[in-house]
Design a protein around this ligand. Structure first.
Ligand SMILES: Cc1ncc(COP(=O)(O)O)c(C=O)c1O
Length: 374
């Protein structure tokens, strides 16, 4: 019996052909495909008035975004405690401290009333992370940031191709980031992207992603490089490789299929699992969103026995996530009571969700969950 993983990238002949072409080209570092991938993502997110900057990972995108906002030692950044470790580490990497706020029980996204109690003189920015198919109250986040004179880093790692009030994620926030790591909705093997408003921000990001070198992207995007340049600021080796961008482009070419098959699989899960007394499914019809994962909530004491049962059926499950304040490194961080986060952290469970998931594979997952609860 084949094991069903939580995630499985959709790698078909287009990706293999793209990789082969990029390898044959022989220009493996940052090059033309990176510029093409940036433009293709801007098109997907319907943000012709914005700029895209591709980087090596989502974590690198978060780190650079915070640096771009001037976040540094002594500052604080408010983030939901229910978030990816990459966000917490990116804050630490700037020398600032994360401050953990709670989430709403229904949307699993940040609770602005709770965040309000945490704002202090050192607050520099807030991270608004869309948890899977649930989007934040982004109008509320923008108003909150304007009121407190702080910046917004929109973590859209889960939300590529999702709409908020009709607008594509990436087209409306202060700064938005995406991730294309191996398990994301689309993958470039590893990769990240920032969507920003101004040319000036782009130019700083171009330097910061390339160990500070003032190497023009316009030259690199012709698969060439300049040999003389200045170094004006701190930078990191965070640029995206041509091979990775070529993979990302191949995935973008099939985005509609990826999005629609993921939506359909989530709808089927909701339809077949919502009747179970102890299972809470996402309260959405998935219209207008491109789901990254499929999560359910189960009573805390049932979660591990359910995971064990599914393991015997060859079905893997995941936990997204353990909240930030549960980790040793972040225990002392300033935070609110985090009652909802603690509850959700014990109840949340990810079931396998793949693009173009075979119906019989999904049936095995559903049967395993139903068997356990019946
Ligand atoms: C919400 C969120 N933000 C950021 C990241 C980091 O992205 P990457 O894995 O590309 O560094 C992830 C990764 O899973 C994520 O889920």
């Amino acid at each position: 019996m084949e094991n069903i993983p939580v995630f499985r990238p959709l790698l078909e002949r287009e990706e293999l052909a793209a990789a082969e072409e990029a390898l044959k080209l022989g220009w493996l570092g940052m090059g033309k495909y990176v510029g093409d991938f940036e433009q293709a993502v801007l098109k997907l997110v319907e943000a012709p008035d914005r700029h895209a900057v591709a980087v090596s990972t989502g974590h690198a995108a978060l780190h650079l975004a915070l640096m771009l906002m001037g976040v540094g030692p002594g500052d604080e950044v408010i983030t939901p405690a229910f978030n990816n470790i990459a966000d917490f580490q990116a804050i630490l990497a700037t020398g600032a401290q994360p401050v953990f706020c709670d989430i709403h029980d229904d949307t699993l996204c940040l609770d602005l009333a709770d965040a309000e109690t945490l704002v202090g003189p050192r607050t520099k920015a807030i991270i608004a992370m869309d948890y899977d198919c649930c989007l934040c109250d982004h109008d509320g986040v923008a108003a909150f940031a304007a009121k407190h004179g702080i910046r917004v880093l929109h973590d859209g790692a889960h939300a590529l191709g999702s709409r908020y009030k009709g607008k594509m994620v990436g087209s409306f926030s202060d700064v938005t980031m995406f991730s294309f790591d191996p398990v994301k909705t689309i993958t470039s093997i590893d990769g990240g992207m920032l969507i920003v408003r101004t040319r000036e921000e782009v130019e700083r990001l171009h330097r910061m992603r390339l160990i500070g070198m003032g190497q023009p992207a316009s030259v690199m995007y012709q698969n060439r490089r300049a040999w003389t340049y200045d170094v004006q600021e701190l930078g990191f080796r965070y640029h995206m490789a041509n091979l990775h961008a070529a993979m990302g482009l191949a995935q973008l070419g099939k985005f509609d299929r990826i999005a629609s098959t993921r939506r359909e699989a989530c709808r089927r899960y909701n339809a077949e699992l919502s009747g179970l007394k102890d299972v809470r499914v996402p309260a959405t019809d998935f219209e207008g969103v491109t789901p990254f994962l499929y999560y359910i909530r189960v009573p805390a004491e049932a979660r591990q026995p359910l995971r064990d049962h599914l393991t015997t059926k060859g079905v893997d499950t995941g936990i997204h996530w353990q909240p930030g304040h549960w980790f040793q490194l972040f225990k002392e961080c300033r935070r609110s009571a985090l009652a909802v986060t603690d509850r959700v952290g014990n109840e949340i469970l990810s079931l396998p969700l793949h693009s173009a998931m075979a119906p019989e594979v999904q049936s095995r997952v559903i049967a395993g969950v139903r068997e356990f609860f019946q």
